[in-house]
Design a protein around this ligand. Structure first.
Ligand code: TMP
Length: 211
């Protein structure tokens, strides 16, 4: 899988993960580390087109079609963007990856989680993040932070759906406590950022990349 490190950010919409991802990018770059950021669905031109279809088109999408499009985007992104960056020794920060499919399409939509795990492996050729930060907070708080945006196809799902997604994420964290670090995102920004920094610094220190 190359020499790089693959760190993913997960959580329900409105958890603030994307803000901390950018902050971490700045922090790591300022310390001279080779960091790159990307997102899912997206990251390559083709995957960004799939993102548009998934989030902003008016096509009717059943759960199976939806998951296959997310996975097609992931396969392309992994093959043509993430793996090459890891081969160059980069630290890749990715906004969402495999767990989003398990949480949203598995626990949220009710598709078979075990099957989705296999499909994820197929799409990624077995690439698994080295570290995942899971930003957890109550659904009501996340909705408020999102300003009741309800903007795209996923965000317009109701509270029940998001409760299932949140609980799904927490189950995944229980199953993979080594890889997935839980961040309590229901706190003020400075406190959350300190925890993000601590987790990542610890992770990098073990690999000799930080003091
Ligand atoms: P975001 O980039 O703003 O986080 O939006 C991406 C949306 O897509 C978000 O609502 C979660 C959803 N999603 C899935 O349902 N399954 C997936 O596999 C991925 C990557 C995202």
């Amino acid at each position: 899988m190359g020499q790089g490190l693959f760190i993913t950010f997960e959580g329900i919409d409105g958890s603030g993960k994307s803000t901390y991802l950018l902050r971490l990018q700045q922090y790591l770059s300022s310390r001279g580390l080779p960091v790159e950021v990307t997102r899912e669905p997206g990251g390559t031109e083709l995957a960004e087109i799939l993102r548009e279809l998934l989030l902003h088109s008016s096509f009717q999408l059943d759960a199976r079609t939806e998951v296959l499009l997310y996975l097609a985007a992931r396969a392309h992104h992994t093959q043509y963007w993430i793996k090459p960056a890891l081969d160059l020794g980069k630290i890749v920060l990715c906004d969402r990856f495999d767990l989003s499919t398990l949480a949203y399409q598995g626990y949220g939509r009710g598709l078979d989680v075990f099957l989705l795990e296999q499909m994820n492996r197929f799409a990624t050729g077995g690439l698994t993040p080295h570290l995942t930060l899971l930003f957890d907070l109550p659904v009501e708080v996340a909705k408020q932070r999102n300003g009741g945006k309800g903007g795209d196809r996923m965000e317009s799902e109701g509270e029940d759906f998001y409760q299932k997604v949140r609980q799904g994420y927490l189950k995944l964290r229980q199953a993979h406590p080594q890889r997935i670090k839980l961040i309590d995102a229901d706190r003020e920004e400075g406190a959350v950022w300190e925890e993000v920094k601590r987790e990542v610094e610890e992770f990098l220190a073990v690999r000799g990349l930080m003091g």
